[in-house]
Design a protein around this ligand. Structure first.
Ligand SMILES: [Fe+2]
Ligand SMILES: [Fe+2]
Length: 186
């Protein structure tokens, strides 16, 4: 199979398969993380936002979630009173992105979109939100269900991996269509 990851420093697959994502994404749900990434890329095309940044922000947006487990079940009440996941997520995502080799400016943009993506923690940008910040918050809102049910939908790691690989291929195809450099000769 042809390598489709030549255009970007860091792919969604690089992030998804890292131990940090494997540990933390299941807390908010692999299904939710993958769905927000997919929707964020679709919205990015419509809004004229960089689909690579949108996909990464979508995939990592809830990486700061805690466990919020009471009596073996995810507790919306505990989440609503004790949550600071945008703060933890912004830092965790930034650290992971930089470790993987992401450009510092891109890592910052993604981390700030994660910091401001949710009303569950009262943090707001000092100026108008950027298009990426608005896009991520809206993508997350669109997929929200009452009582946090969007966090409980099941998707296996392997099924998620297949969808993330497809999303990487889609982002790379968008980059090619937008006039990005052709792949280096093999
Ligand atoms: Fe969130
Ligand atoms: Fe979310």
């Amino acid at each position: 199979m042809e390598d489709v990851n030549y255009l970007r420093q860091v792919t969604l697959t690089d992030l998804y398969t890292d131990s940090v994502c494997r540990k933390h994404l299941p807390k908010a749900g692999i299904d939710h993380s993958v769905r927000v990434a997919e929707l964020a890329v679709d919205m990015a095309v419509r809004w004229g936002v960089d689909p690579d940044l949108a996909g990464k922000a979508g995939l990592l947006h809830d990486i700061g979630h805690g466990d919020f487990i009471v009596d073996g079940e995810w507790s919306y009440n505990l989440y609503a009173t004790g949550d600071i996941h945008p703060i933890k997520g912004a830092e965790r995502a930034h650290q992971l992105l930089v470790l993987k080799g992401e450009e510092m400016a891109a890592a910052r943009e993604i981390a700030l979109a994660i910091l401001f993506h949710s009303g569950s923690t009262p943090i707001r940008p000092t100026g108008d939100p950027t298009p990426l910040q608005r896009l991520l918050a809206e993508a997350d809102d669109v997929l929200e269900e009452s009582d946090g049910r969007h966090h409980e939908r099941e998707l296996s790691y392997r099924e998620g991996l297949e969808r993330i690989r497809k999303l990487d291929a889609k982002i790379d195809a968008l980059g090619t269509a937008a006039g990005a450099a052709p792949p280096p000769p093999k």
